[in-house]
Design a protein around this ligand. Structure first.
Ligand code: ADP
Length: 221
């Protein structure tokens, strides 16, 4: 069912800069691929107060992973919607899979991943970046408060869609630490599961030069 679609995964701890890399890719190759973000979809469901949103809300606000059974349903729903639209043959999964259980479910559902890319940064930098990040409640675009290079043109207003730009509750420093620990405990073991299933895993450190080029190559652009 997913045979004519090339699927790539992008993961890593919160605040490593996945979003920025995906925006750069969008600028260079927009229209040639689709990004599937389970996190953005969950935030939308929470905002709309759907049953799914209510189930996911507390986990998200506390920086914990939403349980696999909920996530797998959401993932299959989004991927099927995109495939039905039939517009794109290249997909980048942003933040999915995020646990060994999700890898197993993904493979069972017939999704074959070309490559999984892990975006990393040293721990102290991750925590500092968390407190500088703000995010559009409507389209999910991220900006910084202190770092000048990615500020909104008008304070609190998204450059892309005009939505409200605010700090996410899970970007408070103590929550960022919890999310990092959850990444190490709950997510990290999945890379081995992927390797064992024959999926190539590439690690890219955002603090090293050439990181953007390496990312483009890893997703075959
Ligand atoms: P970040 O990459 O900054 O953690 P996301 O937008 O990808 O942000 O995710 C926000 C929150 O949504 C996560 O902290 C988690 O609670 C939930 N979430 C997103 N994707 C998954 C997933 N694959 N498995 C479990 N929970 C998820």
């Amino acid at each position: 069912m997913y045979d004519d679609v090339r699927i790539y995964g992008v993961g890593g701890p919160a605040n490593a800069g996945k979003g920025t890399l995906l925006s750069l890719l969008e600028k260079a190759h927009g229209g040639e691929f689709v990004v599937i973000s389970v996190g953005n979809r969950l935030r939308k469901e929470v905002k709309e107060g759907t049953e799914l949103g209510l189930q996911a809300k507390t986990y998200m606000e506390n920086g914990k992973l939403v349980p696999d059974d909920i996530i797998n349903k959401v993932f299959l729903k989004i991927i099927d919607e995109v495939i039905k639209e039939g517009k794109c043959h290249k997909m980048i999964l942003d933040g999915y899979p995020r646990s060994p259980g999700q890898v197993v479910e993904m493979l069972k559902s017939g999704v074959y991943m070309e490559r999984m890319i892990e975006i990393t940064l040293p721990e102290d930098v991750l925590i500092k970046r968390g407190s500088d990040r703000v995010c559009c409640v409507d389209c999910g675009e991220t900006y910084t408060v202190e770092d000048l290079h990615k500020r909104t043109k008008k304070e609190g207003v998204c450059d892309k869609c005009g939505g409200n730009v605010v700090r996410r509750p899970d970007d408070a420093p103590e929550k960022v630490k919890v999310r990092l620990q959850s990444y190490l405990d709950d997510t990290y073991p999945m890379y081995d599961v992927l390797r064992k299933a024959g999926v190539e895993v590439v690690s890219i450190d955002r603090s090293e030069t050439g990181d953007v080029d390496r990312f483009f190559e890893a997703v075959d652009f």
